[in-house]
Design a protein around this ligand. Sequence first.
Ligand code: PMP
Ligand code: GLN
Length: 391
Amino acid sequence: MANAVYAALPTTIFAVMSGLAREHEAINLGQGFPDQPGPEAIRRAAAEAVLNGDNQYPPMGGVPELRAAVARHYARFQGLELDWASEVTVTSGATEALACAFLALIEPGDEVVLFAPLYDAYAPMVRRAGGTPVIVRLEPPHWRFDRAALEAAFSPRTRLVALNTPLNPTATLCPDEDLALLAEFCVRFDTVAVCDEVWEQVVFDGAVHRPLMGFPGMRERTVKIGSAGKMFALTGWKVGFLIAAPPLTQVLAKAHQFLTFTTPPNLQSAVAFGLANSDAWFETMPGELAASRDHLAGALRREGFATLPSQGTYFLNVDLAASGVTEDDKSFCLRAVKEAGVAAIPVSAFYETDPVTSIARLCFAKRGQTLEEGARRLARARDLSIAYKAG
Ligand code: PMP
Ligand code: GLN
């Protein structure tokens, strides 16, 4: 009656937790989205484009003005030289870009190396495309892979590897040394890297995002994915970018043409405007988010919680076991949203097998008061959990 991959699939943890947060009128520090409206000039550009711009089908690969702006952006921030006409495709969010990459590049029976914790869309998409996920398990506190792990995972059947950096949910950046190691394996096994870099602009404390595409041997074998939703804190916008050398772009376009074909032209124009006019935004946004991160970390520390470092993304992780919580992350997060009025995401949801079960992910892209109240409620959840165990 139904495809087995989807029939067996649970509803994504983000929808589950946001649904519970609404039902219990909880503070939602689960799903990653800011509580601010996003840059006004860009929203005005979108409104203007809806009223006076073109609202018919744009070109399939995206509005030229946006594709050129994307190429300029990556040249400036990441030193990549891209030909916008043959190497940049606009998609309906990074999610569609991921689907394009997996559908266009996987042949049934291919192996696809993934790293867990993994963004929950990857493994089901890979399976639906006929691939077999081979999962490398990463662990706190460093969440790094090493040569032995890659030796065990890669084989002559490895068609793709998917890398997410900065990594959601761990909030870590893949170090240059590890990127170089992965590039070495991609070249050795003739593997294409699908790089989910949606958080590339959201990095803190002077850290620099390095695209795998820039490493030796990777220019022709990387599909780089970006998201305007993350760049401009407009997560509902769903304007994504697929960057790849022309032979890859040509086949990715075949997937894109029958997934969505195009992405709303007004939003594309507004993102093009944003990329051309947002020097100040890119200067200040990371610092403001880092201040929110520190605000939440401070509030949690005062409540006796231990946190892990956050180098990028909207997320800060709490080490539950080191914070006096004795139940696993999933039970604790369900208790927190239902009984204490605060939603978080259990990191075990990002593993298919052998999960790390003692970490909860919190989104700090919120007002200070919300963060403080969230921390208080999380402490209340811990008290309830301890009382439950004792009772
Ligand atoms: N990949 C990762 C790692 C993400 O965190 C997200 C969304 N937060 C996406 C992909 C999806 O991005 P989009 O909303 O542009 O589809
Ligand atoms: N990427 C967002 C997060 O990690 C959620 C996106 C979604 O809900 N699919 O919270």
